[in-house]
Design a protein around this ligand. Structure first.
Ligand code: AMP
Length: 184
């Protein structure tokens, strides 16, 4: 049973690492960003509400995200574990998640923080070329990360759930460190 939460700035390689790990552990990779992008592409109500926030590099309001994650974690394939990527993104989401996981009796094993230097982040994001990867939006997403998401590092450290992995190395080396941390 694997239940992991991934933290890290945009461009840390979170998505790639979370996806590889989920696949190796045979559990779903749950990315709120992927779910939202699919909703935008499908033109659903959720997608219509989320789109403007996403293209501006802002967080989508909690009331849209909390229902979404609760429903996703209730699905059949999530009962044997999961890797969460992109959720929680702020302290109120983290508090909601703790209560939710207690209620469904599925505590997280731990929280992985992918530690990456600022210079590495902007270079990686500019290479990715996603719709919200234009330089101004990137800078704004980093600011939002620092203000709203980075406080979760201390939040989970205080709860003794945090492990840090050096994300400045090439992808394969990061994955090897990640596996070492998880096994130990
Ligand atoms: P990501 O793919 O995780 O980088 O997410 C892309 C965008 O989706 C973010 O910039 C936000 O606009 C939105 N998003 C993803 N996850 C969340 C979340 N947990 N809370 C609020 N907004 C989110």
């Amino acid at each position: 049973m694997t239940r992991l939460i991934f933290l890290g700035p945009p461009g840390a390689g979170k998505g790639t690492q979370a996806q590889m790990l989920a696949s190796d552990c045979s559990v779903p990779h749950i990315s709120t960003g992927d779910i939202l992008r699919a909703a935008v592409a499908d033109g659903t109500e959720l997608g219509k509400k989320a789109e403007a926030y996403m293209s501006a590099g802002e967080l989508v309001p909690d009331d849209l995200i909390l229902d979404l994650i609760q429903e996703r974690l209730a699905q059949e394939d999530a009962q044997m574990g999961w890797v969460l990527d992109g959720f929680p993104r702020n302290v109120s989401q983290a508090e909601f998640l703790i209560k939710l996981l207690e209620k469904i009796e599925q505590p997280a094993d731990f929280v992985v923080n992918l530690d990456v230097a600022d210079e590495v982040i902007v270079t990686r994001l500019l290479k990715r070329g996603r719709a919200d990867d234009e330089e101004g939006v990137i800078r704004h997403r980093l600011e939002v990360y620092r203000k709203q998401t980075a406080p979760l590092i201390d939040f989970y450290r205080d709860r003794q759930q945090l492990v840090s992995v050096d994300g400045n190395q090439p992808m394969e080396a990061v994955y090897a460190s990640l596996q070492a941390v998880i096994r130990s």
